[in-house]
Design a protein around this ligand. Structure first.
Ligand SMILES: N[C@@H](CCC(=O)N[C@@H](CS)C(=O)NCC(=O)O)C(=O)O
Length: 212
């Protein structure tokens, strides 16, 4: 097996789905967390000037989505053909749209604009969750296919972000999506990871480990 080193800040951010995916498959990896000061020196040496980076046998690879897919594949959570991978990537797109709306709201410094951004986030996630609820019902509790895929794991992390952004349990009206989360959190590797998860410096009210 190659050696894996994930380099990111001491935050969940774009690295957390990668940590969760490695953990799902119980694939050992070095979880290197760097400080802002270290980043100043490291940045010019990186392929695209940002993190996360996954080093595979010492060779650095960038861009979170590419890394999600790669780690998804090594832990057996990808599709078997282009059509299946299209269904998986479509859920990825839905999660990224929600994340974008969360980031806009969280980093907005203009108080007057926040209600509008909150409304946009609510509309975005409700529309997405309604559609995914139907899909998860048809797929027996999985989002993209009728078996687990890496977007089920990504969904759980996205849910954690969303729940903290809005301060409500956004899953309450969606029993099939609750099942997706339950299935992911029942995986031994995920449970082990969450039990010893590094403290989140942002101190969010809700963390996935509360549901173990
Ligand atoms: N398209 C990239 C974006 C990565 C990105 O924006 N990384 C941020 C942290 S979340 C970063 O490296 N910020 C520090 C910097 O740009 O100097 C990906 O998906 O990995």
């Amino acid at each position: 097996m190659p050696s894996y080193k994930l380099i990111y800040f001491d935050l969940p951010g774009l690295a957390e789905p990668i940590r969760l995916l490695f953990s799902y498959g119980k694939v050992p990896f070095i979880d290197q967390r760097i400080t802002k000061e270290e980043w100043v020196t490291l940045k010019p040496t990186t392929p695209f000037g940002h993190l996360p980076i996954l080093e595979i046998d010492g060779v650095p690879y960038s861009h979170s989505r590419a890394i999600f897919r790669y780690v998804g594949s090594i832990v057996g959570l990808i599709g078997k053909d282009p059509m299946e991978n299209l269904a998986i990537d479509s859920v990825l797109g839905a999660m990224l749209d929600i994340r974008e709306a969360i980031v806009k709201l969280r980093f907005c410094e203009d108080e007057a604009k926040k209600p509008e951004l909150k409304k946009a986030l609510e509309e975005r996630y409700q529309r997405t969750y309604k559609k995914l609820e139907v899909d998860a019902g048809k797929n027996g509790g999985y989002l993209a296919l009728n078996r687990p895929t890496w977007t089920d794991v990504l969904f759980c992390y996205n849910y954690e972000l969303l729940r903290n952004a809005l301060g409500i349990d956004v899953l309450t009206p969606y029993p099939n999506l609750q099942k997706v989360k339950k299935t992911v959190l029942s995986q031994e590797g995920i449970r082990e990871y969450l039990k010893k998860r590094a403290p989140n410096p942002m101190k969010p009210k809700y963390e996935l480990q509360q549901d173990l």
